[in-house]
Structure formats: C-alpha cells, structure tokens
Ligand binder design. Structure first.
Ligand SMILES: [Cu+2]
Length: 95
C-alpha cells in the first residue's frame, strides 16, 4: 500500500520535474511585411507545437519565440518559419 502510494506520487510529480523551463529565441525573418505575415508565422508555430508565445518586431524584422525545449528546438522553429514562406535566421538564444 505504501509502495502504491509512492508510485502514485511519482506519477504525478514526474511530468512536473521533466517540464523544462521555457527558452527564448530571436530570429531575423525575411518577407515579413504586414500583420498577416505575422499571423501566418504565429499560426505555423502554434501548429508545430512546443511554442508558448510569439512576439514580433516589425521594425527590426525579428520574431521572438518562447518555447519548451523538451518539445521543440531552435532549429525546428527556424524550419517552421522558413517553410511558412519567411526565411529565418537565428540571432539570439536565451534561457
Ligand atoms: Cu504580410
């Protein structure tokens, strides 16, 4: 009974321990000309998964992506943005 209880506790706590803190990556993105472009990028990233937040800086032509490193990677995010029609280059990584 005691063993069962500790197993249950482990089952509940393990995913919490595995969830890595979010990381942030900034990409230089080409072809981003209007709000619809930003929306297309955001949609593509959310569909690909592992991305919690997407911010845009139209002036600097950058996209700032917050993601779970356990679910996706900077390379994978770069590929998703590029394949959505906006060639992306990783500029900075944090977290
Ligand atoms: Cu556009």
């Amino acid at each position: 009974m005691k063993k069962l209880l500790s197993t249950l506790i482990l089952m509940v706590l393990a995913p919490l321990a595995l969830a890595a803190p979010p990381k942030q990556a900034t990409y230089e993105v080409k072809n981003m000309t209007c709000g619809t472009c930003a929306l297309a990028i955001e949609r593509a990233l959310k569909r690909a998964g592992g991305v919690s937040k997407v911010d845009f800086d139209g002036k600097a032509a950058t996209v700032i992506v917050q993601f779970d490193p356990a679910q996706t990677s900077t390379a994978s995010i770069q590929k998703t943005i590029t394949e959505a029609g906006f060639p992306a280059k990783l500029r900075a990584e944090r977290g």
